[in-house]
Design a protein around this ligand. Structure first.
Ligand SMILES: [Zn+2]
Length: 300
């Protein structure tokens, strides 16, 4: 069941220039596409799920980011049937001869709940918003890749809603030794920044200096981070934490549309998400460019 399906390396004939700024329009375009009726709630094993996978592969490739597609089998919660689905990985190598073997992962799940009855579960906040940030942060990192000491792997996980299956598959079949993964940052629901500009996170105490770093990046990004040292639970980063890897799980809070057909793009605060994406970009660059050791700290 483990296989790495396709290795796409810079296949796109049209070479787009990696763009530095993360814009509201770019985030909006990704979310609009991913949460559209046509994609029918991005359910594992459907042709619409495969359409999303192709979209992710194309977006990474367009910005000259090496892509790897990891196929795995997912058992669906609804009826216990098994379908094939995918993780999509984008890779940007670091430049420091000794630190480039160390890896920071930025992740976001792309799947959602599909259709129930007559209702499409659009999953705009959960988690088209996180995937949009993943693609735009990757593009920005690519524009700054010369600054990287450590390497970065961007992962769009499949089948999270079926029980963190994509991230579980990855940690059981990692493309680099798990020991080399120094931090996993997960984004799940970034589209609902509130009036107080509070961005929430757990796990900041699982790496040295994490709490201080995430607090310090609030003000320059006009955000009020609510930083928990522990409180790891919730999404794909848990799969990494269980393997003894430092993690940070970031979100902008739940709301009444959570896991409802009403989780649609019109309910989102996309200008707020620009700030959140830049905040995460800066955190990512800080850990990927520092010589400081990144060390796992157990929280309870
Ligand atoms: Zn989610």
């Amino acid at each position: 069941m483990k296989s790495f399906l396709f290795l796409f390396l810079l296949l796109e004939s049209v070479l787009a220039i990696a763009q530095e700024e993360i814009t509201e329009l770019e985030l909006k375009n990704h979310i609009e596409f991913l949460s559209s009726d046509e994609l029918k709630g991005r359910y594992p094993g459907t042709s619409e799920n495969d359409t999303v996978v192709n979209y992710l592969v194309n977006d990474f490739s367009k910005h000259q980011i090496s892509v790897l597609v990891q196929e795995f089998e997912a058992k669906k919660r609804k009826d216990n049937t098994i379908v094939s689905t995918y993780n999509v990985l984008g890779l940007i190598e670091g430049n420091d001869s000794s630190l480039k073997s160390e890896v920071i992962i930025l992740g976001a799940h792309y799947d959602h709940l599909g259709i129930k009855g007559d209702s499409i579960y659009h999953g705009a906040d959960d988690n088209a918003s996180g995937v949009a940030a993943l693609l735009e942060i990757a593009e920005k990192v690519k524009a700054h890749e010369k600054e990287l000491k450590r390497s970065i792997i961007f992962i769009a996980f499949g089948a999270e809603e079926q029980g963190l299956l994509g991230s579980q598959f990855f940690v059981e079949n990692p493309i680099v030794p798990l020991n080399n993964i120094k931090l996993m940052i997960n984004m799940d629901m970034l589209g609902s920044l509130n009036e107080k500009s509070q961005v929430y996170m757990g796990g900041a105490g699982t790496f040295l200096g994490g709490v201080e770093l995430m607090k310090s990046l609030g003000e320059p990004n006009e955000l009020s981070p609510v930083v928990h040292a522990g409180s790891v639970g919730g999404s794909d980063h848990v799969s990494f934490y269980k393997k003894g890897i430092s993690v940070l799980g970031i979100h902008t809070g739940g709301n009444e549309n959570y896991h409802q057909p009403t989780d649609t793009i019109d309910t989102l605060n996309i200008s707020g998400e620009v700030k959140v994406a830049n905040y995460i970009y800066q955190a990512l660059m800080e850990v990927a460019t520092t010589r400081k050791e990144l060390k796992f700290i157990q929280q309870d």
